[in-house]
Ligand binder design. Structure first.
Ligand code: KIV
Length: 253
């Protein structure tokens, strides 16, 4: 059965954990769909793990659309979302136009990073009929001004700001909110306070769902693994073994 924004919200109501993973291409979206993952994201993390950029600030709307089209060709039962890339939602009109482009490419919802500072953009996207997922806590698109990827919610002011921003996004109509690197007690409090699902990444076990970069889960990007991920398989090693076996079979050195 096709997963919808409503069915994701209903999972929270039933206390059912929501599994979400990134998918940037056709085979990954198809495989993850066959593995019954209900929520797939063409995340701008693709900038690092498939395009080789140092961070997500280099990803363009053109690159996002290319990957959304590929993932959407899988025609998954999963709900497929896409990130609005860096600076593509600075202005309200641009945010709506770019969100529409991602939807035209095949995204069923869009995600953008931030709280009160992007609220006008969030409201305009939702008013345009496009489902919206929030993203609070550590915001990878802010890595340059923040000088790294830091855990959020340790200070009381930060804790209160995160809670208030989560309420603002939920009240504006966001159907879910990603919480990235938020201290587990704060992530738990937010999850218990707002009615829409929280999808955690590095934010402890008490979010309504969890999301990972698929490459991290399967050990396909061995040069960096976030400390909160324990890969379930070592794809990088398997690829090297397969190549070595084939080279030996064909008599290559
Ligand atoms: O870009 C991304 O893949 C993300 C998720 C990991 C939350 O934003």
């Amino acid at each position: 059965m096709k997963t919808t924004v409503e069915s994701i919200r209903a999972m929270k109501g039933r206390g059912e954990k929501i599994a979400a993973l990134t998918a940037y291409d056709f085979p990954t979206a198809k495989l993850l769909d066959e593995a019954s993952v209900p929520l797939l994201l063409v995340g701008d993390s693709l900038g690092m793990v498939v395009l080789g950029y140092p961070d997500t600030t280099h990803v363009t709307i053109k690159e996002m659309k290319h990957h959304v089209r590929a993932a959407a060709r899988a025609q998954s039962q999963a709900l497929l979302g896409a990130d609005l890339p860096y600076r593509s939602y600075d202005e309200v009109d641009g945010a709506v136009a770019n969100a529409r482009q991602l939807v035209a490419a095949g995204a069923e919802f869009v995600k953008a990073e931030g709280g009160r500072e992007i609220l006008p953009q969030v409201k305009a996207i939702i008013a345009a009929g496009i489902p919206f997922c929030g993203h609070l806590g550590m915001l990878p698109q802010h890595v340059l001004e923040e000088g790294g990827y830091h855990v959020k919610g340790k200070q009381e002011a930060e804790h209160q700001r995160l809670l208030a921003d989560a309420k603002l996004l939920a009240d504006a109509g966001a159907f879910a909110i990603v919480l990235e690197l938020v201290t587990p007690p704060v992530a738990k409090e937010i999850s218990e306070t707002i009615s829409v699902p929280t999808i955690g990444i590095g934010s402890g076990p008490d979010c309504d769902g969890q999301i990972l970069v698929t490459h991290d889960l399967i050990g396909a990007f061995p040069w960096f693994t976030p400390r909160f991920v324990k890969p379930k398989v070592n794809c990088a090693a398997e690829i090297k073994l397969a190549v070595a076996a084939w080279k030996s079979q064909i008599g290559a050195r």
